[in-house]
Design a binder for this molecule. Sequence first.
Ligand SMILES: NC(=O)c1ccc[n+]([C@@H]2O[C@H](COP(=O)([O-])OP(=O)(O)OC[C@H]3O[C@@H](n4cnc5c(N)ncnc54)[C@H](O)[C@@H]3O)[C@@H](O)[C@H]2O)c1
Length: 333
Amino acid sequence: MKYSQTNFNNKTILITGGAGFIGSNLAFYFQEHYPDSRIIIFDCFRSEAKFSNGNLQSFGHYKNLIGFTGDITCGNINNPDDLALLNHNKFDYIFHQAAISDTRVYDQEIVMKTNVNSFYWFLEKAKKDNATLIYASSAATYGSMPSPQKIGFENPENPYGYSKYAMDQIAAQFSKKNPNIKIIGLKFFNVYGSKEYFKAKTSSMVIQLGHQILKGMSPKLFYGSDEIFRDFVYIKDVIQANIKACNSSKNGVYNVGSGKARSFQDIVNILQTNLGSNLEIEYFDNPYNGYQMHTQADISSTMNDFDYRPAYSLEDGISEYIPEIIRLIDETI
Ligand SMILES: NC(=O)c1ccc[n+]([C@@H]2O[C@H](COP(=O)([O-])OP(=O)(O)OC[C@H]3O[C@@H](n4cnc5c(N)ncnc54)[C@H](O)[C@@H]3O)[C@@H](O)[C@H]2O)c1
């Protein structure tokens, strides 16, 4: 489904992080609807390097891009020589998704260098090319601020959340000095859906719980999961927001969620209904301090300024996603 009247054909579109979950969905959206657009992906894909938490340092995967026919540059946003490879192009649109997306990386230096330092380069490139820049911020900027989370009331509680918060401040300053360049930050809430599988342990609980159930294992939840709420937003609604943001009436940061809070218990119940199972849930103690108990995006400005209209309930999103969850059950990560 096309989300806007803008004709992206004959436009040059950069997608950083295009081998990842959201970036690859964006790439296929443009490929499908605007076959005459020129799409360029910039991503470092994955090496075998891991952070001290045991997770890979980046989650891009070639399998997310099978069928993609545009251009691809494998490069690191921390490396100026790699970034310089992009200078051969003049972009009309930049969708900046590349980042350390793992919220549990606590090495502040690497998170700040990767997520923040590189951002200046993309701001300058947007200015030079007169490109529209849409970048990924995050609901993690809110920490445990009460629901509904509202723009302007952030209080990040980990380095990742802070890095996105810093990007928002930098973008605001840049916008003040360069009001003619369109720059929009999108604070994604808990995104789930197609092409997230290769994020492994950092993928959504929808696919992780789905695979536990498909393997006949008891789905594992924290005690009290019927009272731990998140704003789960389906990938297609996130793509809608990215596309419509290009037509925003003003620069700024916007929440991208469903606008509804649902519990982890709801996810298990919906999955079990779809998969025809009735496994007993295994509850265990939540090991995390400072765990967010309730997120729910205030999406009023997103609706007002660029007509964002989330279309998927948790039930609809999970039911559309089920065939892929089943298909990936034996896929190696
Ligand atoms: N998925 C969510 O629920 C969610 C929520 C809030 C914000 N976000 C943000 O949205 C963006 C996309 O997230 P995602 O879920 O698709 O994650 P992802 O990890 O699948 O995608 C990020 C991509 O960036 C690439 N990357 C990482 N470090 C890089 C580097 N140094 N140089 C070049 N490429 C690099 C990775 O290889 C990966 O392909 C990220 O900025 C993330 O922080 C995601």
